[in-house]
Ligand binder design. Structure first.
Ligand code: NAD
Length: 250
């Protein structure tokens, strides 16, 4: 029997109650990791933890990724429960439709706070925990982080920022043995895509039909890429932004 890709690792998944994050928690646990899942929704997190306890060591901690004290607690809870932190998947994010000139200041601040400040807070706290032992961090950007696109202005800007944070963190922390990478999914069938499809079905179908593989990705396909980057099999990979998009950005 072969050991799992993440056997013996302790991995924190931030933004893990639904969609890509929840399926990643499932896959990481199945690949042998002890997993701490963090997100806003207490009930969904509790259901996921119950489901996964049979597979492996899984716990949860609710909180808001844009609040510094909550993010510190995500990491502290992981250290208390499992004793160390080897990997982190920073996947929390919200979508926001609308042209840049039509987005309200309040909505702009909100998407920046969750997608950008939240990402920075996660990196800061995770690096604190990995400083002496090294580790691997994977951040969720998007194909929207590579280029502009109409109707998603502020969201696209946040996903460009995630790439900037990833590359800078890879440079800063490589000497500590901490690898930092990002994944850039194309359209993936999750609650986020369902919500966007309800608001603008034509925009979603246009993007899916532009995927060379002619399909949206599944949450498991994205989780597989994150698992590999978190694993020791990617030991010389840092500062990379890996598209998981069926060729969309090629
Ligand atoms: P989703 O809405 O199912 O998941 C988002 C997750 O982020 C949830 O667990 C939610 O609880 C968490 N979250 C949101 N705001 C939070 C906050 N303030 N504090 C803590 N947690 C918070 O959607 P998804 O599609 O699985 O999205 C996951 C990531 O993938 C996001 O960063 C998203 O931008 C990115 N992404 C999604 C797609 C897609 O087509 N679905 C494409 C590219 C990138």
């Amino acid at each position: 029997m072969t050991a799992g890709l993440l056997a013996g690792k302790v991995v924190l998944v931030v933004g893990g109650s639904t969609g890509i994050g929840a399926d990643s928690a499932r896959l990481f646990a199945a690949e042998g990791a002890s997993v701490m899942v963090a997100a806003r929704s207490k009930d969904t997190l509790a259901d996921l933890t119950d489901e996964l306890t049979a597979v492996g060591h899984v716990a949860h901690t609710p909180g808001d990724v844009s609040v510094a004290a909550d993010v510190a607690r995500f990491v502290d809870a992981t250290l208390e429960r499992f004793g160390r932190l080897d990997g982190a998947f920073n996947n929390a994010g919200i979508n926001q439709q609308g042209r840049l000139d039509e987005v309200s200041e309040e909505d702009f601040d909100r998407v920046m706070a969750i997608n950008v400040k939240g990402m920075w807070l996660c990196l800061r706290e995770e690096i604190r925990a990995m400083r002496d032992s090294g580790g691997s961090i994977v951040n969720t950007s998007s194909v929207g982080g590579f280029r502009g696109n109409t109707g998603l202005g502020a969201y696209q800007a946040t996903k460009h920022a995630v790439i900037g944070l990833t590359r800078t963190a890879a440079h800063d922390n490589g000497p500590l043995g901490i690898r930092v990478n990002a994944i850039a999914p194309g359209p993936v069938e999750t609650p986020m895509l369902t919500q966007w499809r309800a608001a603008d079905p034509a925009a979603v179908e246009r993007r899916i039909s532009a995927v060379p593989l002619r399909k949206a990705g599944t949450t498991t396909e994205v989780a597989e890429a994150a698992a590999w980057l978190l694993s020791d099999r990617a030991s010389q990979v840092s500062g990379v932004v890996l598209p998981v998009d069926g060729g969309y950005s090629a």
